[in-house]
Design a binder for this molecule. Structure first.
Ligand SMILES: Cc1cc2nc3c(=O)[nH]c(=O)nc-3n(C[C@H](O)[C@H](O)[C@H](O)COP(=O)(O)OP(=O)(O)OC[C@H]3O[C@@H](n4cnc5c(N)ncnc54)[C@H](O)[C@@H]3O)c2cc1C
Length: 417
């Protein structure tokens, strides 16, 4: 079997990359043991934000003071499973250090902005070409809500950096907030609206639709797991899968949280781990946000999707093998009820998935150091949906020898070596 390009993983990153490679005239094979848009992928269950302003890394200066709480409170918004702590330590150490000063946060934000700028418009363009325009609302804007102005001011560093990067936002005081979010609990009296951002109306259907479109344009899809690379003289020859080898000139690693071992086989050891996240979705119509909201004190995002109102959040450091702790999803359900009194939760569905996270919150996008022809496109953590449209373009540019449209130095996998 032969293909110009093999894409390992058909989540949102792999799907976007496939379309970009097809645009450049390459033959493409997508390898994934799961169904496109399926529940095994982070791309299925996320909060659906196309938040081009999500430039602030998950870690922050002084966050180390919270470590004891992360260990003590297994159901807190960020928790580390004690049994997993020994394995998580190197990742956590880098996480704490990566954003330990405002200058470090600012440097990460500057890099992420180059990846995210114009993301809603890029998604709208891709979706329109794939016949999926109905799934992208590039102009909805997104809102952050707080019980009072003090909650917003507690995040002053992040908002100051956003403003310096040219991100426009609008402050909304109590009455105006109630008018714009009539179903929202009156406990929330301050909002920040980011007009440049948008959202997806059904992330799982979006990925399934992008892959189906790629297949309609000639891409092949194989239900298999990629295991290794065959190479000689440092040049890629084939991707080795559970269904045999696929000869190829280029391979893109887009296997989400499971990308680490493949990247290592291509020469780069990357500290990639899961920030396990959950969602609870109340199916049907009824009370909910008019535009998607991030709730400052509860650390959750609530978005109305085609299927209902989804509350997504929680960060649990516990590896990829441990079973979900559904008490966490119950907490998300209780946030839904508290934020939108009267919401109907009689048809509620829970989900757990793995954010593929680097400690500094910057994905790995670039050429592998050990095997020419292998391209990294993984590690998108909290921002994989929004960043996927540009990551797909970058991966295709790298695979075909074009100059990448942004400076990829901060995204190099080799920054960890
Ligand atoms: C609760 C939660 C909320 C989130 N909210 C947002 C949000 O609002 N906005 C945003 O931008 N991002 C958000 N994210 C992050 C985003 O969902 C992820 O960053 C993104 O989906 C990662 O996409 P991916 O394609 O890299 O990985 P995935 O979607 O996980 O896909 C990886 C695919 O690779 C396959 N695979 C694994 N191993 C192999 C192998 N060896 N061979 C072949 N295939 C393999 C898997 O089966 C899977 O289908 C959220 C995540 C979570 C968990």
């Amino acid at each position: 079997m032969r293909s110009d390009a093999v894409i390992i993983g058909a989540g949102v990153i792999g799907a976007q990359t496939a379309l970009q490679l097809l645009d450049r005239g390459l033959t493409v094979t997508l390898v994934d043991p799961g169904p496109p848009g399926g529940e095994q992928a982070a791309s299925y269950g996320n909060a659906a934000w196309l938040s081009s302003h999500s430039v602030i890394p998950p870690s922050s200066p002084g966050v180390w003071r919270q470590v004891p709480r992360w260990l003590r409170d297994p159901l807190g918004p960020l928790a580390v499973r004690p049994s997993y702590l020994p394995r998580a330590l190197p990742w956590l150490w880098r996480y704490l250090r990566s954003a330990s000063t405002p200058a470090k946060v600012e440097a990460i934000a500057r890099a992420l902005r180059t990846l995210l700028v114009d993301a809603p418009a890029l998604h709208a363009e891709v979706a329109a070409k794939a016949g999926l325009a109905h799934l992208i609302d590039a102009k909805s804007g997104l809102m952050h809500v707080y019980t009072d102005r003090a909650g917003f001011e507690a995040e002053a560093l992040g908002w100051r950096i956003r403003r310096d990067l040219g991100i426009v936002f609008e402050e909304i005081e109590s009455e105006a907030l109630a008018e714009r979010q009539p179903d929202l609990s009156r406990e929330y009296r301050f909002g920040v609206f980011v007009p440049e951002a948008g959202h997806c109306r059904n992330p799982g259907a979006y990925v399934a639709g992008l892959v189906a479109h790629a297949e309609s344009r000639g891409a092949r899809r194989i239900a298999a797991r990629a295991l290794d690379f065959r190479h000689s003289g440092g040049r890629l020859g084939a991707v080795v899968t559970t269904q045999g080898e696929i000869d190829c000139g280029t391979a893109i690693i887009a296997a989400g949280v499971r990308s680490g071992p493949l990247a290592a086989k291509a020469g780069d050891r990357v500290p990639l781990d899961s920030e396990r996240g959950y969602h609870a979705i109340a199916e049907g119509d009824g009370p909910g946000p008019t535009t998607p909201i991030m709730v400052g004190d509860r650390k959750v995002v609530i978005t109305r999707l085609e299927q209902g109102v989804r509350c997504a959040g929680q960060v649990e450091i516990g590896g990829i093998e441990a079973l979900p702790d559904w008490r966490r999803a119950e907490i998300l359900k209780s946030h839904l009820v508290a934020m939108f009194p009267g919401i109907d939760t009689s048809r509620i569905r829970f989900w757990m998935g793995h954010r593929p996270s680097t400690p500094d919150g910057i994905p790995c996008i670039g050429a592998a150091s050990g095997v020419a022809g292998v391209v990294h496109a993984f590690g998108h953590g909290h921002i994989g949906l929004v960043s996927s449209a540009r990551t797909g373009r970058l991966a295709a540019q790298l695979a075909t020898g074009e100059a990448p449209e942004i400076d990829l130095t901060p995204f190099s996998a080799q920054r960890f070596s």
